[in-house]
Design a protein around this ligand. Structure first.
Ligand SMILES: Cc1ncc(COP(=O)(O)O)c(C=O)c1O
Length: 348
C-alpha cells in the first residue's frame, strides 16, 4: 500500500534527471581543489548570493557548526531563538564543538527583533572578564514555526544593530529558497544582511546530500579549514555537487507547489480542536493538545494507516510538503488523518 511521507523534506529521493547528472559528473580529488563540479557549485552559489566565496558542506549541521567556529572563540556567546535548529536540535554540537554559550530569546514566532537582542545583551554581564557576545544566529525560514519567513526589514534592522555593536550575523538559510519563492525576493536580498548564510540542497530542493555556506573570502578560507577539522575533507565530491547543482538550478520554482499543498492540507484537515499555523511556505504544524493525545501516539496511529508525520514535541505534529507528495496525495492523506482524529475523539 502507498505510503504518504510528510516527515521531512530531507526524505526526498533523487529523480531520474538528477541521477543522470550524478552519473555524468566530472570528478577529481577536491583535497587538491580538482573537483570540477564542486568548484562550479561553489562559484555558482557565491554569485547567486552575491558573496565573495562559498564552501560545499556535508550537511546543514556542518554548515552551522563551522559558521559558529568561524565567528567565535571558546566561551563566547551566541544570541539565538530557543526554537532555532542550532539550539533545538544542535544544542549539544554547539556546546561540544563550538564551545559557545547559547543565550536564547523566547519569541512567540521565531522572529528576533532588535529589542530581543538588547534584552539578551542585558540578561547577563558581558563586560570585563565576562563572556562576549560575538554572534547573532537567525533562521529563514523558521522550521519550528511552520516555515515562517523571516521578514527582510527585521533582518536589516537586526543586521545594522549588530554591525554597530561588533556582533556578526549568521543566517541559517537551509530553506532560504522557500522564503525567496514565498516573497519574490532574491537570495542576495537576504544575504546582504548576513555575514554568513547557508543553503541546503537536501531539503525542499530534493538533492541527496549537502549544504553550502557563503561569506567573505577570508571567512570561507577558515570555513574550509574547519570543515576539514570536523571530518568533512572532500574528495570526489562532484557526484554530490552535481546533484546539488541540479537541485538549485531546477527545483526552486516548483517550491510554490509545495507551499500551495501546505495550505491545502490545513484546509482539508478540518477540526476546531487542532491549532494550525497559517503556512507561508512548506511546513504545517498541528497543535493537537486539545484532542487529549500526545504527538507520538497520534503519529504512531497515522503510521499504521501509512501516513508518516513527525512528532515535533509533546503536542506538536509536523507535516512537511515536498517532492514526496503531490496534490492527490495530500487529498488522500488528509482523509486518513481526519479518520485518526475521529478515532481519538470517539475514544474520549
Ligand atoms: C533550519 C535547519 N537548519 C539546519 C538543519 C540541519 O540540516 P542537516 O540535517 O542537513 O544537518 C536543519 C535540518 O532539518 C534545519 O531544518
Amino acid at each position: 500500500m502507498k505510503k504518504y511521507d510528510f516527515r521531512s523534506d530531507t526524505c526526498t529521493m533523487p529523480t531520474d534527471e538528477m541521477r543522470k547528472a550524478i552519473f555524468e559528473a566530472k570528478v577529481g580529488d577536491q583535497g587538491y581543489g580538482e573537483d570540477i563540479e564542486t568548484n562550479n557549485l561553489e562559484e555558482y552559489c557565491a554569485k547567486l548570493f552575491n558573496k565573495e566565496a562559498a564552501v560545499f558542506m556535508c550537511s546543514g549541521t556542518m554548515s552551522d557548526q563551522v559558521a559558529i567556529r568561524c565567528w567565535t572563540n571558546s566561551g563566547d556567546e551566541v544570541i539565538i531563538d530557543e526554537s532555532y535548529h542550532i539550539n533545538y536540535f544542535q544544542g549539544a554540537q554547539s556546546i561540544d564543538l563550538g564551545k559557545v554559550i547559547l543565550n536564547t530569546c523566547k519569541t512567540s514566532d521565531g522572529i528576533i527583533h532588535v529589542s530581543d537582542i538588547k534584552e539578551r545583551l542585558n540578561s547577563r554581564m558581558h563586560n570585563g572578564t565576562f563572556t562576549k557576545t560575538k554572534l547573532l544566529s537567525l533562521e529563514n525560514t523558521v522550521n519550528s514555526h511552520g516555515g515562517k519567513v523571516f521578514p527582510i526589514d527585521v533582518l536589516k534592522e537586526d543586521y545594522e544593530f549588530c554591525k554597530s555593536n561588533g556582533i556578526k550575523v549568521h543566517l541559517d538559510g537551509e530553506r532560504i529558497m522557500n522564503a525567496c519563492v514565498a516573497t519574490g525576493l532574491k537570495p542576495s536580498d537576504y544575504a546582504q544582511y548576513a555575514d554568513t548564510i547557508t543553503l541546503s540542497f537536501s531539503k525542499g530542493l530534493g538533492g541527496p546530500f549537502g549544504s553550502i555556506i557563503m561569506g567573505d573570502k577570508d571567512t570561507m578560507i577558515k570555513a574550509r579549514k574547519y570543515r576539514r577539522w570536523y571530518g568533512g575533507h572532500l574528495h570526489q565530491s562532484g557526484f554530490m555537487a552535481a546533484a546539488a547543482y541540479y537541485a538549485v538550478t531546477h527545483n526552486v520554482e516548483r517550491l510554490k507547489y509545495d507551499h500551495d499543498n501546505a495550505k491545502l492540507l490545513v484546509k482539508l484537515i478540518k477540526n476546531n480542536k487542532i491549532i494550525f499555523n497559517d503556512p507561508e511556505t512548506n511546513i504545517v504544524m498541528m497543535n493537537i493538545k486539545n484532542l487529549g493525545v500526545k504527538a507520538e501516539d497520534f503519529v504512531d496511529k497515522c503510521k499504521e494507516k501509512n501516513v508518516l508525520l513527525f512528532p515535533y514535541n509533546e503536542y506538536i505534529v509536523r507535516a512537511i510538503l515536498c517532492l514526496n507528495v503531490d496534490k492527490d496525495d495530500v487529498i488522500e492523506a488528509s482523509k486518513i488523518i481526519n479518520s485518526v482524529i475521529e478515532e481519538f475523539e470517539s475514544e474520549k
